[in-house]
Design a protein around this ligand. Sequence first.
Ligand code: PLP
Length: 362
Amino acid sequence: MRKINFNAGPAALPLPVLEQAQRELLDFQGTGSSILEHSHRGPEYDRVHEETLSLFSELMGLPRSHSPIMVQGGASLQFAMLPLNFLPPGRSADYAVTGHWARLAYEEARRVGAARAACDTAAPDGKHSRIPSPGELMIDPRAAYLHITTNNTIFGTQWRTLPDTKGVPLVADMCSDILSRQIEASRFALIYAGAQKNLGPAGLALIAVDREWLKTARTDLPDILTYAVHLEARSIYHTPPTFAVYLVGLQLKWIKANGGPAGMEKRNTEKAELLYGTLDRLKGFYTAPAEKGCRSVMNAVFRTPSPELDDLFCAEAAKEGLIGMKGHRAAGGMRVSLYNAISFDDVKALSAFMDAFSRRRG
Ligand SMILES: *Cc1c(COP(=O)(O)O)cnc(C)c1O
């Protein structure tokens, strides 16, 4: 029996996507070979590749000025590639340090060049519970770019409105909320996301870049680290992770068939309202540290009165088929990830469990 999987990433995939992959695994669309076995230069894979790129552009609502790119190496490679390409000597880049991944992105940039924290929302215990207010975000008007993490996967906070950068190029790590809601892609110079949260399996990062901005990038880097090289090669500069690209393509089709980003936003908002509603109703037992106006629709972080009860919560939930809720070690407690593939009914089952657990143990 399949479990209800609240893992933060790699995360649940829509069942129809897995079923289609299973049906096609041995013989991809009558070609007599698995998609795993096709050449990345052959016409069969090429169709899959192009379709994935164009569906990504379409669903992201990319304006004509922006192009999609796919690169291996996950989001962490993007932490390095971004400053390598766009942070030349003599310039400085701004980072909004709002969580664990935001800090890693910032620290990686500091290994490459001059980077500055435009804000740091860490409390003295190292935990983050909020998104900065506009007045708190000190953007250097000469910064090469401002980097934000639109959804803080580990601490469960999310940017609801984008900062006004007054012309400084805006770059976003959207790993954990990409295509979970509608966005205005034209506001961003560059967007990147590892696929393994909302878009598919691990092994691939999806990027959207403004080609005018790309013209300002360094050109003296190794090819493999140069966005322009990947763009020029239509993301087949070398062998792409073909199976991951295929699965992302299937998931993008599933997102499209379920109303696109608008449909996802509606579905995700309903799920989050149910879960946070449960947490608020049971607030004598559960504590949710994220500030209310900053709560993530994708990752809800909470805890019970003790670490022992947290462990028991996860253990008893697992017996009922609800898995993947142990919080990240940096945050503790529980984390429930409500990515696109999670249904409202999945959250209903969790909400009922939370009720019952608090009555049993409260
Ligand atoms: C998961 C995650 C990452 C790291 O992704 P990798 O693909 O493992 O490198 C980076 N940023 C955010 C916001 C994440 O959620």
